[in-house]
Design a protein around this ligand. Sequence first.
Ligand SMILES: Nc1ncnc2c1ncn2[C@@H]1O[C@H](COP(=O)(O)OP(=O)(O)OP(=O)(O)O)[C@@H](O)[C@H]1O
Length: 264
Amino acid sequence: MERDQPVISVRDVRVAFGPHVVLNDLDLDVYRGEILGFVGASGTGKSVLLRTILGLTKKQAGSIVVFGRDLDRIGDEERIQVDMRMGVLFQHGALFSSLTVKENIQVPMREYLTLPRQLMDELAMLKIELVGLSRSAADKYPSELSGGMIKRAALARALSLDPDIVFLDEPTSGLDPVGAAEFDELIAKLRDTLGLTVYMVTHDLDSLFTVADRIAVLGNKRVLIDGTIEDMLKSEDPWVKSYFRGKRARRIVLTENEPARAES
Ligand SMILES: Nc1ncnc2c1ncn2[C@@H]1O[C@H](COP(=O)(O)OP(=O)(O)OP(=O)(O)O)[C@@H](O)[C@H]1O
């Protein structure tokens, strides 16, 4: 993994809604090919930062550089090129209920490209297979899918344009532990096979322990600490300590290190 090459650099970012300052002096780097787990207490601004990086929420100060381009200094054409390289899976799945899985995956293709129908169908099928759905899922509507299948279909749509980065907002929320673990495996596989960079907002300790290469913690309106899971376990920050060394976290550490004992 090339650690010296950030694909996203956020510097001194400030976001406020009226008098309510949500992010202030926030710095963050995301490196090519890594899975970054982004955590923080509820309401600290994880979604606001995600939306700010995507250009959906306005910042009052600071800079965001993506693929070497400062987003404040590029024109509309170049912005579209940048947008096409970033796929997003929003927290609440957000598949269009009136469209089939295949049609949902084709939404970004229709928005950004002009492709013949047959080619779009073939590309959608490739994405369906890539995320581990069966080909028969293509013509199903979201209401006919399980929670796990909806997440996979939404991921297939996020991958529609072969992005370099995918942003996942709590991708395993609402899945049972087996479904969540399978989704984590899929993310790791996609990172390994496609070289994807993954920015994953999550509350899921299992995901953080098993697939995140690096973790960034949001607190006090900025990134409080970033590093490996070992760095988190060493931190003396009270929130980081209670999150990563609390009862639930200890159970995961035990399961990973001593499966037999943990299961008994
Ligand atoms: N459009 C908006 N207008 C005003 N305030 C907003 C807006 N969007 C977010 N906020 C405020 O910003 C703060 C951070 O919200 P955000 O949704 O980013 O938190 P979060 O860390 O993602 O929380 P959770 O883990 O619960 O999803 C909250 O106080 C929220 O009310």
